[in-house]
Design a protein around this ligand. Structure first.
Ligand code: ATP
Length: 286
């Protein structure tokens, strides 16, 4: 404990103090038209590794299993979810709040890009404004009944990361990596931050792990040997998935038809783990 302790643990910089108390996160209420049962954050320690693509695919796979699914695009300054799903309709609102957009298969989507006059307008907001927007998406959108909400997080472990974990009742995170050693190390930062906030890490997706040659069928490890299994073992992550580098991803994202991609069961283990984590959370609440 610091020599002159003010008992203000939240503002104290002394590490390793045995008397530190961590304030329980006070999650925000949603509006009366929302009943969001489970929230899964999709994170990556680094930009451009395919986090938004994985968010879209996880949401689509969960939707295909018959669950009601929504995506909150918390990547406020680099929002790409509406484009992936071909959603560009103007949002409507009523006395209760903003109505989310809906994808072709019925996934609800809320993103700052749906509020801009033009999709290519930049969003150069400072951290607190970004955090405020995410809170508004949670509180002021008429989400309705949602079994699983996926939150596409901004890359890295910024203050927005903390906002989401402190304001939304996140059940677990899925972390996305590409197979470079540095990226794997960065995954560790996101995992450790989530754990320090007592949020379980339910899965690791190693994206762009290989490229399969159309002609000979051989798998080429363009970014080096896959290391998802090793990283998952190191951080005790229960489910691992591997996705190839596939031009069809980029094409379907460009066409706004990400839901049409067939992942051929590659994400089943992670989807199962998300459902198991949600069931455990429900049981603990009862
Ligand atoms: N496995 C893949 N095969 C081919 N293209 C991919 C793959 N994964 C992602 N991409 C493409 O790479 C680009 C970046 O992907 P994405 O936007 O999902 O990354 P991100 O991690 O969310 O980026 P940021 O953190 O900057 O938002 C997109 O154009 C996407 O279509």
């Amino acid at each position: 404990m610091a020599e002159e302790c003010s008992h203000e643990c939240s503002s104290c910089g002394v590490s390793g103090c045995g008397d530190r108390t961590v304030a329980a996160p006070s999650t925000l209420e949603t509006n009366k038209r929302s009943n969001i049962k489970h929230v899964i954050g999709v994170v990556s320690g680094k930009g451009g590794v395919g986090k938004s693509l994985v968010t879209s695919l996880l949401a689509s796979e969960m939707n295909k299993r018959g669950h009601k699914v929504a995506i909150l695009d918390a990547d406020i300054t680099g929002p790409s979810i509406p484009k992936s799903f071909g959603v560009d309709s103007r949002l409507t609102a009523d006395a209760d709040g903003i109505n989310p957009a809906k994808s072709a298969s019925g996934i609800e989507v809320m993103s700052v890009n749906l509020m801009l006059p033009e999709g290519d307008m930049p969003v150069a907001w400072r951290g607190p404004v970004v955090s405020g927007a995410i809170k508004q998406f949670w509180q002021e959108v008429n989400w309705g009944e949602v079994d699983y909400m996926f939150v596409d997080m901004p890359p890295g472990t910024s203050d927005v990361f903390l906002t989401v974990f402190q304001s939304l009742p996140v059940d677990g995170i899925v972390t996305v990596s590409a197979p470079q050693e540095l990226v794997a190390m960065i995954v560790g930062k996101a995992v450790n931050l989530a754990r320090s906030m007592e949020v379980p890490v339910v899965g690791l997706v190693e994206n762009m792990a290989y490229f399969k040659c159309d002609d000979c069928g051989k798998e080429h490890h363009i970014f080096g040997e896959p290391q998802g299994e090793a990283v998952a073992a190191k951080y005790a992550i229960p489910a691992v998935a591997t996705l190839p580098m596939d031009p069809n991803f980029a094409r379907l994202v460009d066409e706004g038809r990400v839901e049409a991609y067939n992942v051929e069961g590659a994400l089943d283990g992670i989807i199962d783990q998300i459902i198991a984590t949600a069931a455990a959370a429900d049981e603990a609440e009862e």
